[in-house]
Ligand binder design. Structure first.
Ligand SMILES: Cc1cc2nc3c(=O)[nH]c(=O)nc-3n(C[C@H](O)[C@H](O)[C@H](O)COP(=O)(O)O)c2cc1C
Length: 356
């Protein structure tokens, strides 16, 4: 079965079970522990494990992932106008690498259709729901229109979200470029911050960035500019990282990779880079700006390492595809064990403890 068909079937099963067998889900996946509890971005997180953007693009599976034991969910990416995305096939498994390549192309039903679903789940205690926004997948929408496109989604969805993530780093945009250019980002953040002010609700705004291109990304002044622009606009946090456009660290054959073609790489091959970037961001911001760590997390040990590198929260996507929803419970149990082994009473105490 192709990965997209598998995803559609799994989504159907998740929606069925959240509606008809919620108690069964509780008994299968529920696990809570006070040491995993945190207050971040003015919200209560029962545990630090969240669903990464792209899995529940249209906000249909929020109750399922709550029952599966996530501490939070990020729906989207949602764009102002609905989009079918790129032609299929557009998602590929690389099992030898425990990785995926995708060029979905921001397929989603659009902000208007997502709004009532998000509204329905707004304000749940200790279960924040973030919304990830991207520009509509249409190369004719550019310049000021592109900014307005983001603003439209923001106006519709931000009132019902616990945080808003700006997806400025999708490698699969229709125009083949991202908003990770300091000038474009500056314009986007000016407009979004203005919208937030007018909305009169201080919804946290986070910026989702790409994994570093260069091996020695610490010398990457381009990334520093993105960071400076974001901090100048007082963004409330970072999400590190999105998928990678390069093909480093793979054991899958070159022929297969060439046959697959373009797309964003996720899973194990990006794990080290994503950890490195979290560490870098934590140090550069003196640990004052919350970071959501994502990219190749597939075990409690990896989650713990990412948290020690500086992530207050983490997210999973590719790990879930390979291991199923039991991964969430496994990570939580493993984190509690690791904390106990090291004599810590709370996850908060270890955030950034190995950032140096
Ligand atoms: C099939 C697929 C679709 C994705 N769609 C989105 C998306 O719409 N918006 C977004 O910000 N990230 C998207 N992502 C990126 C993930 O949220 C995550 O940042 C990335 O996959 C790295 O995490 P992982 O290694 O745990 O998968 C997608 C990833 C995959 C594999």
């Amino acid at each position: 079965m192709g990965p997209e068909t598998a995803h559609t079937m799994a989504s159907g099963a998740a929606q069925f079970s959240q509606k008809f067998t919620p108690f069964l889900l509780d008994s299968m996946y529920q696990y809570a522990h006070p040491s995993l509890h945190q207050e971040i971005l003015g919200k209560t997180f029962a545990n630090p494990i969240g669903l990464a953007a792209g899995f529940d693009k249209n906000a249909r599976m929020i109750p399922f992932f709550r029952k599966a034991g996530c501490g939070f969910v990020e729906v989207g990416s949602v764009s102002a106008k609905k989009s079918k995305g790129n032609p299929r096939p557009r998602a590929f498994r690389l099992p030898e690498d425990q990785a995926l390549i995708n060029r979905m192309g921001l397929n989603n039903v659009g902000a208007k259709a997502v709004q009532p679903r998000l509204k329905n789940h707004a304000g749940q205690i200790a279960f924040p729901v973030g919304v990830n926004l991207a520009k509509t997948h249409d190369p004719r929408i550019e310049g000021e229109a592109a900014i307005e496109d983001f603003c439209q989604s923001f106006r519709l969805l931000a009132p019902w979200a616990d945080y808003v993530a700006l997806n400025i780093s999708c490698p699969n945009t229709a125009e083949g470029k991202t908003f990770e250019d300091p000038n474009s980002l500056d314009e986007l953040l000016s407009a979004i911050m203005r919208e937030r002010k007018e909305m009169n609700r201080r919804v946290p705004i986070l910026v989702k960035v790409s994994p570093p291109h260069a091996e020695r990304f610490i010398l990457d002044s381009f990334f520093d500019e993105i960071l400076l622009v974001s901090l100048a606009h007082k963004v409330n946090g970072f999400i590190a990282t999105n998928t990678a456009s390069d093909r480093r660290n793979l054991v899958t054959s070159k022929e297969r990779i060439e046959k697959i073609g373009k797309g964003g790489l996720s899973g194990q091959p990006i794990a080290d880079r994503a950890t490195g970037l979290v560490r870098y961001l934590y140090k550069k911001t003196n640990g004052k700006v919350p970071i959501i760590g994502v990219g190749g997390i597939a075990s409690a040990e990896q989650a713990y390492e990412r948290i020690k590198a500086g992530a207050s929260l983490i997210q999973v996507y590719t790990g879930l595809v390979y291991q199923g929803p039991g991964l969430i419970r496994d990570i939580k149990e493993g984190l509690v064990r690791l904390l106990e082994e090291e004599g810590h009473s709370s996850i908060k105490k270890v955030v950034g403890s190995e950032a140096d």
